[in-house]
Design a protein around this ligand. Structure first.
Ligand code: EPZ
Length: 417
């Protein structure tokens, strides 16, 4: 397993190109199963999870390739219905092939995704919604076995605005017979990007971005050329990198539109953020002060930025409370930050963060994608050397991380462990 070795203390200055969004690209890639012709996707990041998804598409009988410019996907003549456990266990988002396979084939065999470091991650809301549309499910030897005739439009109300559940049902409803209404739907920009992709293929979706989405099912969808949105969480992560190192970064190819809650909180802390024509400028303002943060479904503060803003708050003046309301175990980075000198106390879903004067570099362990990012951020600011281990977590969601950071002055290198 590789590790990252970071010599902290250098202010980062320069321009960072923000990559395409992992969490938009993953559902869009699986939505290609619905299209009868070739799909060409631009701005797909080169990440482990993308490679895993392309592997899954090939396993299902699709051609799926990624070159420098784009990803191309084309469903073959004998589409398969089985997503095996060995693949699903490495990437939970594979469960997003359920909706497309049921819509296209009337059959799906998908390994029930296990939990992960941040929580149990059930998929009950996905299955209940698909059952409302006529699918029948059995659980056999750890596999979800789904079958249906042609899915029928239904009126579905989610107990929770689940991102993946909304995405699975959007894809299923696109080819269902009749109208589907999704109430209490997720409003995340990645869901909007998926709906826009499906409409570009010929679907009839409206209301995406609001909590009520309507889908008029159509008989078939065609291939299309489409550009994946920028990764707002990567952009937010680099905003924090600029501020935590007391530098200044211009983030190209992103906008603050999809990061309002994050920009609001960072500005409340004293961060200076300005949107330009083709990107966003971020740097520390006068002084950093601690604030209170509560993660919520979009448009609230995104849980995927919780670990990163915690690393920053650990160096702010005063204190603040971070409440994690989305996942039951998303504080795995806390004890590692404490090893670097952060003053954080946990109480249930609350983390009380009191600003420290500085971090001290130390060997730390990554546990999940965003926790790893927060440890890298702390290492960039720390006095001395930080070693972040198990960085395969990072490779899942941050494209060219070392190169992007090195280009703006970071002293960071990857070493075999
Ligand atoms: C997506 O996960 C993202 N992943 C996550 O990003 C993100 O943290 C999450 O949405 C919330 O924004 C991708 O898009 C690939 P959910 P997802 O369904 O779809 C519960 C990252 O770091 N729930 O909105 O799994 C669930 O347990 C990753 O990039 C049910 O109870 O999120 C969780 O507590 C991490 N039953 C909450 O809802 C269900 O059927 C949010 O889950 C579904 C979800």
């Amino acid at each position: 397993m590789d590790k990252l070795v970071i010599e902290g203390g250098t202010p980062l200055r320069g321009r960072v190109r923000i990559s395409g969004s992992k969490n938009a690209a993953l559902p869009i890639l699986l939505a290609c199963i619905l299209a009868r012709g070739p799909v060409r996707l631009a701005n797909v990041p080169r990440l482990k999870d993308i490679a895993t998804t392309l592997g899954l598409l090939r396993l299902l009988g699709c051609e799926a390739e990624q070159d420098i410019a784009a990803v191309t996907v084309c469903v073959g003549p004998d589409l398969q219905a089985q997503a095996p456990y060995d693949l699903v266990r490495t990437m939970r988002a594979s469960v997003l092939c359920l909706g497309p396979l049921l819509a296209r084939l009337g059959k799906a065999v998908v390994a029930l995704p296990g939990g992960c470091a941040i929580g149990s991650r059930p998929v009950d809301l996905h299955l209940r919604g698909l059952e409302r549309m006529g699918a029948k499910f059995n659980l056999e030897a750890g596999n979800i076995i789904g079958q249906c005739k042609r899915l029928k439009g239904a009126h579905i109300h989610f107990d929770f605005p689940t991102v993946g559940g909304t995405e699975n049902l959007l894809m299923a409803a696109s080819l269902a017979q009749g109208e589907t209404i999704l109430e209490n739907a997720a409003r995340e920009p990645e869901v909007v990007n998926l709906a826009d992709f499906l409409n570009a293929c010929g679907a009839n979706i409206s209301g995406q971005g609001t909590s009520i989405i309507r889908v008029q099912g159509v008989d078939e969808l065609s291939g299309v050329d489409f550009q994946v949105m920028a990764d707002r969480i990567e952009a937010g992560t680099y905003m924090v990198a600029a501020v935590i190192t007391d530098g200044e970064l211009y983030l190209e190819g992103c906008s603050i539109t999809d990061l309002d809650a994050v920009v609001y909180k960072l500005r409340e802390m004293g961060v200076w953020i300005q949107e330009g024509k083709s990107g966003v400028l971020a740097r520390r303002g006068t002084k950093l002060v601690g604030v209170d943060v509560m993660t919520q479904p979009f448009p609230g503060f995104p849980t995927d930025m919780q670990a990163q803003i915690m690393a920053l708050m650990g160096l702010a003046q005063g204190s603040g409370v971070i409440k994690e309301t989305i996942f039951e175990n998303r504080f795995m980075h806390v004890q590692e930050l404490v090893r670097m000198g952060a003053q954080i106390k946990l109480s249930g879903q609350n983390a009380m963060v009191r600003g420290a004067d500085h971090y001290v570099g130390a060997p730390v362990m990554a546990s999940d994608l965003r926790a790893s990012a927060s440890l890298v951020l702390a290492g960039l600011a720390a006095k001395g050397t930080t070693e972040v281990r198990r960085i395969y977590h990072l490779d899942r969601g941050y494209e060219d991380l070392e190169a992007k950071l090195t280009n703006v002055g970071a002293r960071i290198r990857r070493e075999e462990q």
